[in-house]
Design a protein around this ligand. Structure first.
Ligand code: DGT
Ligand code: CA
Ligand code: CA
Ligand code: ZN
Length: 575
């Protein structure tokens, strides 16, 4: 667990304690710990590993030290989990609203007995919030704006979170007697970066026992709807899951319908109407003069698409962004696959904030069958990550040379993820930049600059002749941080002219560039790479999330530089 995560958990504990009206000293102790952790320049993990006394740190007493050790060693904090079980979930939801926070949430809760976001919204719209002492019309407005923002992002699950809940559930359901087919539809199947809820579809000889088994799943927190062919539950994680059992004859039609997107379905149905057909979740019907439709297809998805003259469309493309037109013209892209990638171009080692040594990363990349790989630790201005200055970078090169000689099976490139400083200059001396095989650049600070300044800063960095890749260009963190204000169109155009590649960072928290941006990048002739930004060997497997995002953008292997064999790749990545 890294420092920001530890800080976030301490912050959460403080929030809940504050809601509970706990002793102010206790709350302050956690807030102080947050501040200490946030300003620390070495990973706490290192402190624990090296058995350095954590209590030497300001604001870290015995209790906090134990907490830190627990988080580093187990990846979670039992005390936090206990607290979260005590406080009404809805109140935590309230306190997490932008522009609210624990104090105001508690006040509103105490005064108006409001315990959910919906109730809060209704109260704000009715003017009740403005009347609460300490609040006014202005804060009421801010709360409504916060709710709108939260609705857009906050309540959606990241794909890996959803997967952690869905995978075991699928395994459990597959044990149902009489189950013949089971698939996840909805945004999950389209591999959207976040999902609102999970839509399951099944065929079963007898639906009722499948429904009963579903509702009896041990992780089910609440059953919202219990029917013979459709049920809805909420899992302990808060994730809502629908299960529908449909007849085999309309499984394909139902799968198309519930995979969506809505926009894709609308376009598809319109196309059907033009051909005198009607597509619904029950099948494809030929319209008859008497109003009754004649069923003509529905068993498989491909059958449904075929009735309207289309090839089967991969779910990732079903967003009505030209995929129906492409399918009609027989020009659907041959989407990139994980096995097309021949190298990972962005990863960290213990030289900065990674968990594994260079050699461990090299062995792990070789085990994944890569032909080449890139070690790219942080530069010095990111002191909290242990970023490297010129001196330590030279030492690292020495180690890379040694590892290279032991691992001829894979080509190891030396790079650095160089920080773009506030003024657009780079956080490493020119002569050192020249000594790197590849130069990656990223924004990690001053992410709130006004658009014009941010754009100018980035453009200046990309002009530097040594730069090869612009990493996680918008710096967004999904559900947590907005993309920077920047003229991305302009930046991508310039990157294309300069021959600088843009990254699709596969970390499921980032997925940056995202699908629509990638599409734009390709249209503008920008080079694209997909990599993991792994901070430990296991994270090398995150590549599939990047590939899924690329597929959503309609990218083929030919659109991505690191699908190329090394010699060709090496020429293509040069400016
Ligand atoms: P989500 O859950 O917000 O991440 O997004 P989806 O796409 O999974 O949406 P969801 O769960 O509301 O519905 C699943 C699919 O069912 C959706 O992609 C398309 C279909 N669907 C739902 N409601 C409608 C509707 O009102 N009209 C049409 N044509 N399709 C719908
Ligand atoms: Ca859904
Ligand atoms: Ca749904
Ligand atoms: Zn990185």
């Amino acid at each position: 667990m890294d420092n920001p995560e530890i800080a976030r958990i301490f912050d959460e504990v403080a929030d809940v304690l504050e809601i509970q009206g706990a002793n102010t000293f206790r709350i302050r102790a956690y807030r102080n710990a947050v501040r200490t952790v946030e300003s620390l320049t070495t990973p706490l993990r290192k402190w624990v590993e090296e058995n350095r006394p954590l209590t030497d740190l300001p604001g870290i007493g015995k209790e906090m030290a134990n907490h830190v050790r627990e988080m580093v060693e187990t990846g979670t904090l039992g005390f936090r989990d206990e607290l979260l079980a005590e406080v009404p979930r809805s109140l935590i939801e309230l306190m997490r609203l932008p522009n609210l926070g624990p104090k105001k949430a508690k006040k509103i809760y105490d005064e108006l007995k409001i315990g959910s976001v919906d109730e809060l919204e209704a109260a704000a719209k009715a003017g009740l919030i403005a009347a609460v002492p300490g609040f006014g019309a202005k804060s009421q407005e801010k709360i409504l704006a916060g709710i709108a923002e939260y609705r857009q992002h906050g309540s959606r699950f990241l794909l890996p979170q959803a997967e952690r809940a869905v995978e075991p559930l699928l395994g459990y359901l597959r044990e149902s007697p009489g189950l013949e087919r089971l698939e996840v539809a909805g945004s999950y199947r389209r591999r959207k970066e976040t999902v609102g809820d999970i839509d399951l579809l099944a065929i079963a000889s007898q639906p009722v026992p499948v429904m009963e088994r579903f509702r009896g799943y041990p992780q089910v927190d609440k059953v919202l709807n219990a029917g013979d062919t459709k049920s809805t539950v909420v899992l302990g994680s808060g994730l809502q899951v629908d299960l529908r059992v449909v007849p085999a004859d309309c499984y394909g039609a139902a799968l198309v319908y519930f995979t969506g997107s809505k926009e894709h379905n609308v376009k598809l149905r319109r196309r059907a109407v033009e051909k005198g057909l009607r597509i619904s979740e029950y099948g494809v019907f030929r319209e008859q003069p008497d109003g009754e439709g004649e069923w003509i297809a529905g068993r498989e998805e491909a059958d449904v698409y075929a009735t309207v003259g289309l090839a089967w469309i991969p779910p990732e493309l079903r967003e009505d962004r030209g995929e129906i037109e492409a399918a009609a013209a027989g020009r659907l892209p041959d989407l990139i696959r994980v096995q097309d990638l021949r190298g990972d171009l962005h990863m960290h080692s213990t030289w900065s904030d990674g968990r594994n040594s260079i050699e461990e990363m090299v062995t792990a990349c070789a085990a994944r069958g890569y032909e080449y790989m890139v070690i790219s630790d942080h530069s010095k201005s990111l002191s909290m990550t242990g970023g490297l200055d010129a001196y330590r970078l030279r030492l690292q090169w020495h180690e890379i040379d040694q590892v290279r000689s032991r691992h001829p099976e894979i080509r190891v490139l030396r790079a650095m993820e160089v920080d773009i400083l506030g003024d657009g200059s780079l956080d490493l001396e020119d002569e050192m930049l020249a000594g790197l095989d590849l130069v990656l650049v990223s924004l990690h600070s001053r992410l709130d600059l006004p658009g014009e300044q941010q754009t100018a800063r980035v453009l200046k960095a990309l002009e530097h002749p040594e730069v090869n890749v612009f990493c996680h260009p918008t710096a967004r963190l999904i559900n947590r941080r907005k993309p920077v204000d920047m003229d991305l169109d302009l930046v991508l155009r310039r990157a294309a002219e300069l021959g600088v590649a843009v990254e699709l960072n596969s970390s499921p928290n980032r997925l940056d560039l995202k699908d629509t941006h990638l599409k734009l990048a390709r249209e503008l002739g920008c080079k694209v790479v997909i990599d993991t930004d792994a901070h430990r060997t296991a994270e090398l497997d995150l590549m599939r999330y990047g590939v899924e995002q690329a597929r959503r953008a309609g990218l083929t292997a030919g659109d991505v530089l690191n699908t190329l064999p090394f010699e060709t790749f090496w020429k293509a990545i040069q400016r």
